[in-house]
Write a protein that binds this ligand. Structure first.
Ligand code: SAH
Length: 340
């Protein structure tokens, strides 16, 4: 059996040709999937009954089930615990603000990066999500919430550790004949797999890139992020510069503020030395405390103060808008709690 929702229109045409279907049938099926978000051949009523039955024996749709929804009482934010066909669990978030609606999606079941402050990686990597699951993850949330305008790949997993599936996913979701989401409305966040950042630039997909920097010093970074032992900050900057040169997209640097750990005087200076004069943006994110990491959420004052010290040093820093504060379990925590 072959999955159908992660195939380009050309690929479906080739597959259909083998089965001697007329060419226009491929277009019909493709539109049903990507324009109408249909994930069931029985619902493709513009196809002959016999053909629907046949298609079901050749192709399948990856189905994802909503196990639980957590709805904020303060704003539009909803968090979803999602069950994949093999019973593995991931998380996704829906947020609407002004006229934008954004979903945050997972890219892997678990993660093998091992960042000490992150809940998603606590039990390691189970497996990659397939491109077909990634597409269904988006369409499932769109069937519930209506069409979304932005996707951030910042849920469970390291997207660049699942490179080929992520690439295929972005290709399909941005296809002008299908879902037609613009490249610029997609943001991929990475813990910093330097060579893969360059590979991503070379794909020409031109999505927004966010780098989880969090520490501007290699030694300090390596204490909290094992990936920093493999790729030095110097390599990261070289690859983000490459990314900017190739795509013209301003890279943003994510910085999870851990009070007393990475908002010290030396951190301001290190960030200045690293990023001053570059066309980049520093996104300050308050730490979301997790059980396994013994640090508290920084106070509003500490955050604001750090932002001001960075701004005074000529850096472009903002504090990430916090949404769904009453359900602000950090990503990976819902899944871990459920497993327990
Ligand atoms: N693996 C990718 C994408 C998933 S994590 C990456 O590392 O970028 C998305 C963002 O959430 C990253 O910036 C990550 O460092 C951050 N994050 C992880 N744990 C967090 C926590 N407890 N509180 C706040 N942000 C956290």
């Amino acid at each position: 059996m072959i999955s159908i929702n992660d195939k380009t229109i050309g690929e479906i045409e080739d597959l259909f040709k083998e089965k001697s279907y007329q060419k226009f049938r491929a277009k019909q099926v493709y539109r049903s999937i990507h324009v109408n978000r249909i994930n069931d051949f029985d619902k493709m009523t513009d196809l002959p009954l016999k053909m629907r039955e046949d298609l079901k024996s050749y192709f399948y749709f990856d189905k994802i089930k909503v196990l639980k929804t957590f709805e904020s009482k303060m704003d539009s934010t909803k968090k979803y615990l999602l069950e994949l066909a093999d019973k593995n669990i991931v998380e996704a978030v829906y947020m609407a603000y002004n006229d934008r609606s954004t979903i945050c999606i997972s890219s892997q079941v678990g993660c093998r990066m091992g960042c000490t402050f992150c809940a998603s990686t606590k039990n390691g990597l189970v497996r990659n999500m397939t491109s077909s699951e990634l597409i269904e993850e988006v369409y499932l949330l769109e069937r519930i919430n209506g069409p979304i305008s932005n996707i951030v790949i910042m849920g469970i997993g390291e997207p660049l550790d699942n490179f080929s599936n992520i690439k295929k996913f972005i290709e399909i979701i941005t296809d002008s004949k299908g879902r037609n989401l613009s490249h610029r409305s997609i943001t991929l966040s990475t813990s910093g797999l330097s060579p893969r950042i360059k590979d991503l630039a070379d794909t020409g997909l031109d999505v927004n890139l966010a780098l989880s920097l969090h520490y501007a010093d290699d030694k300090k970074r390596a204490v909290y992020m094992p990936v920093a032992k493999r790729y030095k900050i110097k390599d990261l900057i070289e690859s983000t510069d490459y990314y900017f040169d190739k795509t013209g997209r301003r890279v943003s640097f994510e910085y999870v503020v851990i009070d007393g750990v990475n908002n010290l005087k030396e951190d301001v200076e290190n960030l200045h030395d690293l990023l001053f004069g570059k066309n980049v943006h520093i996104n300050l994110i308050p730490l979301n405390p997790i059980e396994e990491f013994d640090h508290k959420k920084p106070g509003a004052r500490a955050l604001e103060d750090f932002k001001e010290r960075l701004t005074k040093r000529g850096l472009n820093a903002t504090i990430r808008r916090s949404m769904g504060q009453d359900i602000d379990a950090s990503c990976g925590q819902l899944r871990n709690n459920y497993a327990r």
